[in-house]
Structure formats: C-alpha cells, structure tokens
Design a protein around this ligand. Structure first.
Ligand code: ZN
Length: 206
C-alpha cells in the first residue's frame, strides 16, 4: 500500500439482536437493500436514535413540565392564546410523519401557566404514535386538568405524509381538528373570539 493512502475501514456494528437497530437492519433487507454497503452501515443505529427521539413523549411526565410553572391569576381574566405552535408527530397507522401548527387557548379561572410550557405539552403528546384527533384532544384535556380553567380550545392544522406521498397523493390538502372544552364549547362568543384571534393575519410583532 502506498504511503499516505487513506484507509477507510468500515466497522461492522455489534448489534443487540433485540434492538430497534437490528429490526431496522432487517427492514433494509426486506426492501431489497444491502445493509452492509457503506452508506447504510450505521443507518440502523441512526434510525433507532431518530425513532427513539420521535417517540420520546412516552417517557415525558407532564407533571414535571408543569411543576413550578403555575401562577395565580391576579386580576387578568382574558383569554390566553398561544398561536402557531409547530409540531411534528408520527401517524400510528403508517409510521409516517404528520406535522403542522397548533393553536391553544384557555380562559383562566384561578391559575395561569408559564407560556413556554404550552409548546412543551404539545411536544409531549406529538412525540408519540398518534392520530391527529387524539393529539388535539390530549393537549386540550391536559390543559384542563392542570389549570382547571373556565375553558380550553385547541385547533390543530396538519399535513400527513401518508396522504402526500402515498395513497391519494394529495400534496396540498390539510386536515384541521379541534377540541373545545368548557366555555369554548358552551359559549359561541368565546369560540368566536378564539377563532378570530387565530385567524388574525397581521401579527403585531412582525
Ligand atoms: Zn397515516
């Protein structure tokens, strides 16, 4: 061998046969790939890591997010709306991503929650195998349990890879789901206020 010649050694990973990585290697074989070729050698480990992250919501405890982030209302009783919360989730029927935006509102009674906690609650449920309807409902019910507010409204707009890439192959179609609890269900005025705040196009900050 010439001096200074680069030596590329491909290390074969020593995989636990029960691991997600081992299953991913089998998947590569099943689709007709060669898991030993250079580009794919570490793919099972990378895919395991990605998959564990995308499902890490199963291990997140909502109580630990909310801990120390609840405040007494002290006067303010207007609607709190956190708009355009980006989320990425995985459809439980096809194990393909769906993603979009969530708008979360509540009408406080005794307690307020730190605003940054609401996107973390969304992530906790998005990082599980989901259907959009249940994801929307779980976010609403969690806010209701934690804050016991006068009402909660959640609207979720999403696009599903299982619709875009396969099946009907409709790239532009979106799906909207909502969950309205308490005053958001009972009072049209409350619901309308939420919908108009979500629909307001001109953001006051940019
Ligand atoms: Zn699907």
């Amino acid at each position: 061998m010439k001096k200074n010649q680069a030596v590329v050694k491909v290390m074969q990973p020593n995989r636990d046969q029960e691991s997600i990585a081992a299953l991913m290697e089998k998947l590569l074989l099943k689709v007709g790939e060669d898991p030993a070729r250079e580009g794919l050698v570490r793919t099972p480990e990378r895919a395991e890591k990605a998959f564990r992250f995308l499902t890490s919501g199963y291990e997140t405890d909502v109580a630990s997010i909310v801990n120390g982030a609840l405040f007494s209302r002290e006067g303010s009783d207007g609607m709190v709306v956190v708009k355009d919360i980006e989320f990425f989730s995985m459809c439980e029927h096809h194990l393909l991503p769906f993603f979009g935006k969530m708008h979360v509102a509540y009408l406080p009674k005794d307690k307020l929650i730190g605003l940054s906690k609401i996107p973390r609650i969304v992530d906790t449920f998005a990082r599980r195998l989901q259907i959009q309807e249940r994801l929307t409902q779980q976010v609403a019910e969690t806010i209701e349990q934690v804050l016991q507010p006068r009402g909660v409204g959640v609207i979720c707009e999403a696009r599903h890879f299982c619709m875009m890439m396969r099946g009907v192959e409709k790239q532009q179609s979106g799906t909207v789901t909502s969950a309205m609890l308490g005053a958001f269900r009972a009072r049209k005025e409350t619901r309308d206020e939420f919908l108009s705040l979500v629909a307001a196009k001109n953001h006051p900050f940019y």
